[in-house]
Design a binder for this molecule. Structure first.
Ligand SMILES: CC(C)(COP(=O)(O)OP(=O)(O)OC[C@H]1O[C@@H](n2cnc3c(N)ncnc32)[C@H](O)[C@@H]1OP(=O)(O)O)[C@@H](O)C(=O)NCCC(=O)NCCS
Length: 400
């Protein structure tokens, strides 16, 4: 067992932390130039370090954001990132200590939700996180991707240089972006972290009848080789947001019109984005993967459940178990009118990570009950739960 202490990271420890994290996550270049470029997007604020013998051996950070929930409210949330433990100190409880400290910190800050993207799916369930959004990866064969005559046309698309993109995108995303359940607000730190990557690619902005209403950030990979001189380039979409279907269609039309391109690849797209349905040959657009997106943690179950809206129907009583934050454990009566703590008998019993899978509407109560993730105590409760918790398909769309 290693002796270590967990405490907030000091300002003067940022650089050491950045490099320790980079090694844990196998970042390619860890040199002074990288720190010059990326250091500004790596604040000490809200970062916890684990220290053994005065050395930093583990790290977990977060940024304040807001997350859209069903019904349209933006709920204060911690966007958790920068998690790593030094390779010679793993499997000794360092991450467990960091996660516990961080969740208690979120609770103190009054953030009902915490969210992250996981490097591996085995890590975060034990800390009460559940998969709350999923995303698909598209691959589109450009030569076969003719648009249907009735597909939306959209307006004008223009390429913008990186300096302009850095100014235009934050306000544009804020205006069109964080409404759908699962989407998060992007703060100044997020953009400082992202801007260097914008410079490695291209940005195009769509203008509709009411002004700018969509953008795409992408980069190209040259796939030509001696044996395959005609292979062309692949465009890889990093970020695409649109306020309406006309803007979305126009941005996809633009990507698929770029010359010398053989295919467009787009990871992390919403499950219901209808790119194939706009094409004369829908098979030209292939879904090559569906992956977990946002992992969500209800830090304050009462506040989180009260923040979202519900469908109509009879209430259900949930009995929630939360070993990491035991003050959340207990029974909650959920209805379209109110969410209250209750002593009434439970209809459904579930762990807090399973509640996260229901919270944004990604999973159905009845489906998780069939998989034994939810214990059913009243026969018609899964159907009632489906009616209450059901909502549109959630999506995050912001890497962090
Ligand atoms: C993932 C990582 C942070 C885990 O840190 P750690 O200090 O070893 O974790 P802990 O010792 O607190 O482990 C707690 C439990 O989780 C399990 N666990 C931790 N990481 C795991 C992994 N990658 N796969 C499977 N199980 C894992 C441990 O076995 C332990 O289980 P137990 O309680 O049943 O014994 C560390 O391995 C790491 O830095 N990896 C590389 C960077 C990374 O993946 N970061 C996450 C970015 S999202």
């Amino acid at each position: 067992m290693t002796d270590f202490e967990v405490r907030p990271l000091a300002e003067g420890e940022r650089r050491e932390a950045f490099f320790m994290l980079g090694r844990a996550l196998h970042f390619p270049a860890l040199d002074d130039e990288t720190w010059e470029r990326r250091g500004a997007g790596f604040p000490a604020e809200r970062r916890f370090g684990a220290f053994a013998g005065g050395e930093l051996i583990g790290l977990a950070g977060s940024a304040a954001t807001e997350l859209a929930v069903p019904g349209g409210r933006a709920v204060p949330a911690a966007a958790v990132d920068g998690v790593g433990v030094r390779a010679d100190h793993t499997r000794r409880g360092v991450l467990t200590a960091l996660m516990g400290e961080q969740l208690r910190d979120c609770a103190r800050r009054g953030e009902p939700l915490a969210a992250l993207h996981a490097s591996e799916t085995a890590i975060y369930g034990r800390f009460g996180y559940g998969i709350a959004t999923r995303a698909k990866t598209l691959r589109i064969h450009r030569a076969r991707a003719a648009f249907r005559a009735d597909a939306p046309a959209g307006g004008r698309v223009r390429l913008v240089p990186p300096e302009e993109a850095e100014k235009v995108l934050p306000a544009l995303y804020h205006r069109i972006g964080p409404r759908r359940p699962g989407m998060i607000a992007r703060g100044a730190t997020w953009w400082r972290w992202t801007n260097p990557r914008l410079r490695e690619g291209m940005v195009a902005v769509h203008t509709g009848p009411d002004g700018d209403d969509g953008f795409v950030a992408y980069r190209s990979e040259n796939r030509q080789s001696f044996t395959e001189p005609e292979a062309g380039a692949a465009l890889v979409v990093r970020d695409l947001h649109a306020a309406n279907m006309a803007a979305r269609a126009a941005l996809w039309r633009f990507l698929l019109s770029v010359d010398l391109v053989a295919e467009v690849r787009a990871p992390n797209r919403p499950l219901d984005e209808p790119v194939g349905a706009m094409l004369a040959d829908p098979r030209a657009c292939e879904t090559i993967a569906v992956d977990d997106g946002l992992w969500l943690r209800l830090v304050d179950v009462q506040a989180a459940l009260s923040a979202r809206s519900y469908g109509t129907g009879a209430p259900v009583v949930l009995e929630v178990s939360d070993p990491v934050l035991p003050e959340n454990s207990g029974r909650y009566s959920v209805s379209a009118d109110a969410v209250t703590r209750t002593d009434a008998p439970a209809d459904l019993r579930l762990d807090v990570d399973v509640l996260a899978m229901l919270y944004l509407g990604d999973q159905r109560v009845s489906g998780l009950a069939e998989l034994n993730r939810i214990h059913v105590l009243t026969d018609d409760a899964p159907a009632r739960g489906d009616a209450l918790f059901g909502s549109g398909i959630p999506w995050c769309g912001t890497p962090f």
